[in-house]
Design a protein around this ligand. Structure first.
Ligand SMILES: [Zn+2]
Length: 411
């Protein structure tokens, strides 16, 4: 029996396992049922013969990063299958899911019903489906007695839906990983293999004026007027950004973007008869896979300061909201070629390389650990939305593809 035959015969078991994962409501925020799901995942990997560490985030660290959620402890699971190989291929997936709203076709988002070849429920596509595909790929290798070409390292991580700091971020820094290559179970799906993703820089700009009575505006400094001038002055910077391009490997042309004022606000004490003393607006700068977020932020801060300096009496302070790394690995490394062959072989359609405009945990492996990293998994429809679902054929295909990669990639 080959791994592919095993997977063909055990489709029902794969679905049952995914249903079990979906029923464990690991909603983040706040981070529910992390204890239960990591206990299950650790036991599952142990049952497959892996050496497993289920690591709680130290309380002191959680107190520092998530002080209001101390009653929701964080855990990551790391498994290792020593196949006696020289090199190690790492697979990563996050087990948390986004909160639920709206009316679902099958009553509840946590009632994983199968209908017309799809399985519904929160987390089916993002990304418990990838966990199920990976677990069954390993089961198939074990059951068919096929030895992978690599040691297999697995991480199942927390908090991707918030900021990954105590999830994959923690694992990359403190997990003592042995990986030489990484596959993150999302970002690419179907015939598309992901080799990078956009990053983001979020800032808030506060403009400081001086209050005065509305009847004597000449005695104040109108923060709204200064803010308006500042926003207009950023036009040139925006046009400059639009001239930068990045050609994704599938031919798509991407440009960095700047969105101003997703949130804009008056300061306290605003009244129709006062000169506004403060005004503020947010900035969302999308960073191309090949750009560096630190450089992008520095450049943006400089543009803001220069623009403000050219406007009389325009005093600003710039606050960081947050950021997220971009990453890109040109698909020239043999890992990518091997994955392309595996996807093409199993799906019987030519695979292609792409980049994702959203972000995921790939950058921790690609950017922080500097590993050849790709994103691929079963995916699905309506991520983060009502009636999120995954196609059963894609779940089984992904398991076959992971098993195929492990037995055909030569390093
Ligand atoms: Zn995800």
């Amino acid at each position: 029996m080959t791994p592919a035959h095993y997977l063909q015969r055990h489709e029902a078991d794969l679905i049952a396992f995914l249903q079990k994962l979906v029923r464990l409501r690991t909603v983040n925020p706040p981070g529910e049922n992390y204890g239960a799901i990591t206990t299950l995942l650790a036991a599952t990997l142990r049952g497959l013969g892996l050496t497993v560490r289920r690591i709680p985030i130290p309380r002191a660290l959680q107190k520092k990063t998530l002080p209001t959620l101390l009653d929701h402890p964080r855990y990551n699971v790391i498994g290792f299958w020593d196949a006696g190989a020289e090199k190690t291929l790492h697979f990563n997936a996050h087990y948390d899911v986004v909160p639920v709203s709206g009316r679902w076709r099958h009553g509840s988002a946590f009632n994983p019903v199968v209908e017309h070849g799809w399985i519904y429920g929160r987390g089916t596509s993002d990304m418990k489906g990838a966990i199920a595909s990976l677990v069954f790929a390993l089961k198939a290798l074990r059951a068919s007695g096929v030895r992978p070409n690599f040691n297999v390292e697995v991480s199942f991580t927390a908090d991707e839906e918030t900021d990954s700091l105590l999830g994959t971020g923690w694992v990359a820094d403190h997990g003592r990983l042995r990986a030489d290559y990484a596959v993150v179970g999302e970002g690419g799906e179907g015939n598309a293999i992901c080799c990078g993703h956009n990053g983001v820089v979020w800032l808030n700009v506060r403009v400081h004026g001086r209050a005065a009575h509305g009847s004597t505006p000449q005695k104040g400094i109108n923060a709204l007027e200064k803010m308006s001038a500042l926003v207009l002055a950023l036009d040139g910077y925006k046009r400059g950004l639009a001239r930068r391009t990045f050609r994704a490997p599938d031919g798509r042309l991407l440009r960095p973007t700047l969105n101003l004022g997703g949130v804009f606000a008056a300061g306290e004490g605003g009244k129709v008869n006062t000169v506004p003393a403060t005004a503020s607006f947010s900035i969302d700068r999308r960073v191309l896979p090949v750009e560096d977020i630190r450089t992008a932020e520095r450049e943006l801060r400089t543009a803001l300061k220069q623009a403000a300096a050219n406007i009389p009496q325009c005093r600003i302070t710039i606050e960081k909201i947050s950021d997220n790394f971009s990453c890109y690995h040109a698909p020239t490394h043999p890992l990518f070629a091997a994955m392309k062959r595996s996807v093409t072989r199993i799906r019987r359609q030519p695979a292609r390389f792409t980049v994702s405009t959203g972000f995921n945990d790939m950058h921790f492996f690609a950017h922080v650990l500097k590993l050849p990293t790709l994103g691929y998994g079963p995916g699905g429809r309506d991520y983060h939305a009502v009636d999120e679902r995954a196609r059963i054929k894609d779940l089984v295909d992904s398991a076959k593809i992971y098993a195929d990669l492990l037995t055909t990639f030569e390093g």
